[in-house]
Design a protein around this ligand. Structure first.
Ligand code: GLN
Length: 492
């Protein structure tokens, strides 16, 4: 039999139910793996007590015949989700010692469904970044290496800890959040699957806010099926989040089908961007063939405003961030710095100067600038108009097709430090993920192959609002045909 840490969420769930192994064994094996994988720096806080307590509960539930959908499955939780009684930092010094007195709705749902928590995962500070290099708790290192050199590779960001830990088999799956690509880009950099559902599917209650009109939670896991099983638990109406959608959650896992007969897949021509690597173009063509093989019809579609998506995102997201992060003033949360002979304003300034990292400060400055009286119309309002046009582009495209197939990222993962001094080239990473975020659409990335250097590459599927099933089904069709089984060589 495979080693326990080789198993994913649904395999663990089914194995526990059948009695192939106990939930305690599962938890102990993954706790040992996280200990052995410490050099990847994927966790900020380890919580083995939580995982073990949940495991013992699961083993009792098995005997009593009261197993729940995720009983005994240990998960990693991105350290952006508030966890009652467990430190939650957003990877920032300003929340270094913050212990939430309440539970996020997503973790509440996961834990009520029987899942345990192995630890809180590292991320880009306040989820701002594409490489996990903005964390105040150090870079996360991808378990993958480029062939021919020993340079540390980024796992992507902002859910870099989630991606690294899942791909290194330290945990079977993790939660992520995605504001402009933070589930999809790291998943595709590390050879795992991840889905960002329709905006409003997953509650944002208790998820530390970055850009509220964009933030969505979702699962990152080893297979499309595992993503479906987790998303079923995570999604659902929540009266505590005013943007939560009150619609039923389908049985995504049960309804999975990789038969795409009768489906039309759109290929947006504007996603063929300048400077896109040849290997990405090849991968995309390969994906198109796999979709045809699954029975889908392929059409070319146009999303004419794609070109403006990144600029609009990097105005709207910082604008919302600057407003959301105003609450960290040294009075109510975490860190406080009190300069000698200083007044209240001096305390605010000193606290924020010491507590926030450079990227967070950059975003707050950009955000306050674009919201300032003199520039509001020129930047913020203009971006909102562009956002509406981008959403309309998708609506028009979806009159001709059911789903869109695009690359996940313009390149494979890069080396740590290679882009850190060049924010623009860092922001370019998000060119394929940001449009679906601006339009609030469900989108998923699936690993499809390795590049010449042996690093994973993924493709993205974008669906109509609330059509997670369509996205998951096409994801499954890709997964089955790509047969991506590569794993990073163990060096940690
Ligand atoms: N990389 C993007 C950014 O830096 C997206 C981050 C995210 O989705 N949280 O804003």
């Amino acid at each position: 039999m495979a080693h326990i840490t080789d198993l994913g969420v649904t395999e663990l769930r089914d194995g526990i139910a059948k009695g192939d192994f106990s939930a305690r064994e599962v938890a102990e094996n993954f706790i040992a793996a996280t200990d052995a994988g410490k050099s990847l720096n994927s966790f900020i806080t380890l919580t083995p007590d939580h995982a073990l307590a949940k495991a013992d509960k699961a083993d009792k539930a098995r005997v009593a015949g009261t197993l729940k959908p995720l009983s005994g499955v240990p998960l990693g939780i991105k350290d952006l989700f508030c966890t009652n009684g467990y430190r939650t930092t957003a990877a920032s010094k300003i929340l270094d010692n913050f212990i939430p007195p309440y539970e996020s709705s997503i973790t509440e749902k996961l834990f009520s469904a029987g899942a345990g928590m192995i630890g809180k995962l590292n991320l880009d500070q306040f989820a701002m970044g594409s490489s996990n290099e903005t964390s105040a708790f150090g870079n996360v290192i991808s378990p993958w290496k480029r062939k021919g050199d020993n340079v540390d590779i980024t796992p992507g960001g902002s859910s870099g800890g989630s991606a690294a830990a899942v791909s290194a088999r330290l945990i079977p799956a993790a939660t992520g959040t995605d504001t402009g690509g933070s589930i999809r880009q790291p998943a595709s950099f590390t050879g795992i699957a991840g889905i960002k559902p329709t905006y409003g599917r997953c509650s944002r209650y208790g998820v530390i806010a970055f850009a509220s009109s964009l933030d969505q939670a979702g699962p990152m896991a080893r297979s499309v099926k595992d993503c479906a099983a987790l998303l079923e638990v995570m999604a659902g109406f929540d009266p505590k989040d005013s943007t939560s959608i009150d619609v039923a959650v389908p049985d995504w896992e049960k309804l999975l089908s990789s038969d795409l007969k009768g489906k039309t897949i759109g290929i947006p021509k504007e996603y063929r961007v300048d400077g896109m690597a040849d290997e990405i173009e090849k991968l995309w063509q390969h994906g198109i063939k796999m979709m045809q093989d699954a029975g889908a019809k392929i059409v070319e579609v146009s999303l004419p405003h794609t070109h403006y998506a990144l600029s609009a995102y990097y105005i709207i997201a910082p604008a919302e961030a600057s407003s959301n992060l105003a609450r960290y003033d040294g009075v109510r949360y975490g860190e406080r710095v009190t300069p000698e002979n200083g007044n209240l304003v001096d305390m605010y300034s000193a606290t924020r100067a010491a507590g926030f990292g450079y990227e967070v400060k950059r975003r707050i400055m950009i955000g306050t600038y674009v919201l300032s009286a003199g520039f509001y119309d020129a930047y913020y309002i203009k971006s909102q108009k562009v956002r509406a046009l981008i959403a309309r582009d998708f609506e028009t495209a979806f009159q001709k097709c059911d789903l869109l197939l695009t690359p996940a990222t313009p390149t494979a993962a890069f080396g740590l430090g290679e882009k850190q001094d060049d924010p623009l080239s860092m922001y370019l990473n998000d060119v394929f993920t940001v449009p679906a975020s601006l339009a609030g659409l469900p989108a998923m990335t699936v690993p499809v192959g390795l590049n010449e250097k042996g690093l994973p590459l993924g493709l993205q599927l974008i669906g109509k609002p609330l059509d997670e099933q369509g996205v998951l089904n096409a994801g499954l069709a890709l997964e089955e045909r790509a047969g991506f089984t590569s794993l990073p060589e163990k060096w940690w």
